[in-house]
Every structure is written in structure tokens, then in C-alpha cells.
Design a protein around this ligand. Structure first.
Ligand SMILES: O=c1[nH]cnc2c(O)c(F)c(-c3ccc(F)cc3)c(-c3ccc(F)cc3)c12
Ligand SMILES: [Mg+2]
Length: 215
């Protein structure tokens, strides 16, 4: 990753987006990433797929693993119903700092809570820390080699329930073959694949995978 991207996108948002206008902040980030430099946000094309699954789930408690600069947290926050909340785990304190600034600039600081730390360190105590029993919607978008491990942790900790929707980014590129094999071969998950493109690219394939938990 380009470690200098996060401060640049923060600066660009502060200078070019409308404070408190979450849709405009999302749009300004997308325009920057299409025209100036690609960043590993889920982006507008895959973001629309995320939006649709999110609206279908109409969740109260949302978990994201991998916040980065807060782009997908903002996309989901703008679709949240009353008294619903997003908890997003971010291991990089540099990314978490930038995400907090961008989320606050967009006026979503009350709807999105960033939990700093590694997912396997945060997940075991997230229920009591956040006053949540189970999550209704989970978006996995961090290191691909951790997807399967973290999903199994969510199951073992009882953090997902009958009908929870799990969306995973990058299941084609960079790809997470062990995760896909796990959810697709498990009788506990009903899976749907959504072919798309890598963020901000026209000619690289990627996909999102939706898995509904049916224990
Ligand atoms: O790390 C990620 N987390 C979440 N989403 C990601 C995502 O949506 C991506 F498209 C990429 C990606 C991978 C390869 C590439 F060429 C462009 C982008 C990465 C990623 C993975 C490994 C790295 F070393 C650098 C970036 C991520
Ligand atoms: Mg991604």
C-alpha cells in the first residue's frame, strides 16, 4: 500500500467536499480515485453491490473488518436506519486516524465507531465492549488471508445469528480461495457471487461474495 495515500485523500476531502454531506464525501473520494490515484476502497461499482445487499438486510448492528480510510463505512452509514450502528475494526492506527477524520467530516461520527486493533484481538471482547449480542450484517474487507479465520471466530464467538448477511470483498482479486472454499462447502452458509471489477479499474475482474448464515 502507498502509506502516503491516506493523508492525501484526507486533505483532498477537507478541501473539496461539503462538510456534513456524506454522499458528497463519497463522491469526492471516488472522483479522486478514478482520476488521480487508485486506493483500496471498495469503490463505486462494487460499492453499489454492497449498498444493495445492505438495504436488503436492513441491519441494526453492523460489523466491518477493515476500515482503511472509512469509505465503505460511509457508504453503509448513509443507508443506516434509525438507532442502527456500524462498528469497524482497523489494525493500522494511521488508517484509523484518517478514517476518524473523514467520518467526522462527513458528520457520521455518531453512527460509526472505529475499533482500533487486530481483528483477532478485538473480536473476543467486542460484544460486551459495544453492547451488541450479534451482528446482522458483516462486511469483510481486510487482509485476504484472514477472512476464513475471522469468519470462524465470528461463528465460535456467537457473534452472527440465523440470517446474518456476510459480504466479502476481493474474492477474485487478490482472492481468498480458502475463504470461498469454506463458505461454499459449508451447509451453514447460503452463498451468492457478484462478479464485478477491481475498484477504479475497467479491465481487472473481481467479485463480492454474499454468504447468509443459516446454522
Ligand atoms: O489489502 C486490501 N484490503 C482490502 N481491500 C483490498 C482491495 O480491495 C484491493 F483491491 C487490494 C489490491 C490488491 C492488489 C492490487 F494490485 C491492488 C489492490 C488490496 C491489497 C492487498 C494486498 C496488498 F499488498 C495491497 C492492497 C486490499
Ligand atoms: Mg477490498
Amino acid at each position: 500500500h502507498d502509506e502516503e495515500f491516506p493523508p492525501r485523500i484526507l486533505d483532498h476531502v477537507m478541501k473539496n467536499a461539503i462538510k456534513g454531506d456524506v454522499t458528497n464525501v463519497i463522491d469526492v473520494i471516488d472522483k479522486y480515485c478514478w482520476s488521480v490515484e487508485i486506493a483500496m476502497n471498495v469503490g463505486d461499482v462494487k460499492g453499489a453491490i454492497l449498498d444493495k445487499s445492505f438495504l436488503e438486510a436492513s441491519p441494526k448492528n453492523v460489523l466491518e473488518i477493515g476500515c482503511y480510510c472509512g469509505y465503505s463505512a460511509l457508504r453503509m452509514s448513509r443507508l443506516l436506519k434509525e438507532d442502527a450502528k456500524i462498528f469497524t475494526i482497523e489494525a493500522s492506527s494511521q488508517y484509523a486516524d484518517v478514517a476518524q477524520e473523514i467520518i467526522s467530516f462527513a458528520g457520521m461520527e455518531k453512527k460509526v465507531q472505529i475499533l482500533r486493533g487486530l481483528s483477532d484481538e478485538v473480536l473476543p471482547t467486542i460484544a460486551e465492549k459495544c453492547g451488541v449480542r450479534t451482528f446482522d450484517f458483516v462486511f469483510i474487507d481486510h487482509a485476504k488471508e484472514l477472512y476464513k479465520r475471522d469468519l470462524i471466530m465470528l461463528e465460535n464467538l456467537g457473534l452472527i445469528r440465523q440470517g446474518t448477511t456476510i459480504m466479502a470483498d476481493n474474492v477474485i482479486f487478490p482472492g481468498c480461495p480458502d475463504y470461498l472454499e469454506y463458505v461454499r462447502n459449508s451447509p451453514k452458509f447460503e452463498c451468492t457471487n457478484y462478479p464485478s471489477k477491481l475498484e477504479y479499474c475497467e479491465n481487472r475482474e473481481d467479485a463480492m461474495e454474499k454468504s447468509i448464515y443459516l446454522p
